[in-house]
Design a protein around this ligand. Structure first.
Ligand SMILES: C[S@@+](CC[C@H](N)C(=O)[O-])C[C@H]1O[C@@H](n2cnc3c(N)ncnc32)[C@H](O)[C@@H]1O
Length: 215
């Protein structure tokens, strides 16, 4: 899914590349001319190195054993940073530690394994625009893949934007599953709020109502 958000890529950074399958796919499909594949752990990075070697494509990639984007040179030909399968908090740290993402308006393709709401909140409040989202499911779990770019416009999002973002343009069974999952999370949050405060949280109520209408 993350790959479908990469088009006409120059150099694409794949952060947390693991086995390297996504990076390889980007090269094979012509979605990237070159990839920089990073992983914080030696074993997965070695798998990615071996995978590229087995396809005789080692010349199309650089491999870096590093945390996030640390050590990645700030070159103008980096068009996309893809971060898939990491948690929302780690994604924030990776983006914050790479100023070139803002300076060069590098497109971000983010598929959080959890805490997608956290990623959206970070993006909105740090000057990134969410361009589009696509919901996917794997092994009964639902995720949203987010495409974002830095515009410098800060925005304080409400609860609906944090939890749904641009995913409300998605339709189909995966979208329904995703919205149901979020609804259940927010209903639990509402019960906790009512218990602690004895009142309603109007913003939360409004978000729940809007999500119900998506189903
Ligand atoms: C669940 S896998 C995701 C694999 C791949 N991106 C995908 O979507 O198929 C997470 C990978 O990220 C790596 N990782 C975790 N934290 C990282 C960080 N801060 N910087 C780079 N890699 C990281 C792990 O070693 C692991 O290989």
């Amino acid at each position: 899914m993350a790959a479908s958000f990469v088009d006409n890529g120059g150099t694409v950074c794949d952060v947390g590349c693991d086995h390297g399958k996504l990076a390889l796919y980007l090269i094979q499909r012509g979605k990237a001319k070159h990839v920089i594949a990073t992983d914080i752990n030696r074993q997965p990075l070695q798998k990615a190195i071996d995978l590229f070697a087995s396809y005789d494509l080692s010349h199309t990639a650089d491999f870096l054993l590093t945390d996030g984007l640390q050590g990645v040179e700030n070159t103008a030909d980096i068009t996309h940073v893809v971060i898939a399968g990491l948690g929302g908090h780690t994604m924030e740290q990776v983006i914050e530690s790479a100023p070139f993402v803002k300076e060069q308006k590098t497109r971000l393709v983010l598929l959080p394994a959890q805490s997608g709401y956290r990623v959206r909140k970070y993006l909105y409040t740090h000057g990134f625009e969410i361009e589009k989202e696509q919901i996917v499911s794997e092994k009964g779990k639902y995720y949203s893949c987010i495409s974002a770019v830095y515009t410098g416009k800060m925005h304080t999002p409400d609860i609906y934007e944090i939890y749904i973002g641009k995913s409300d343009a998605c339709t189909g069974p995966d979208a329904t599953g995703y919205f149901e999952m979020l609804l259940s999370q927010l209903e639990k949050k509402r019960a906790g709020f009512r218990h602690d405060n004895g009142t309603e949280n109007t913003e939360l109520e409004a978000a729940i109502e809007k999500i119900r209408k998506l189903l």
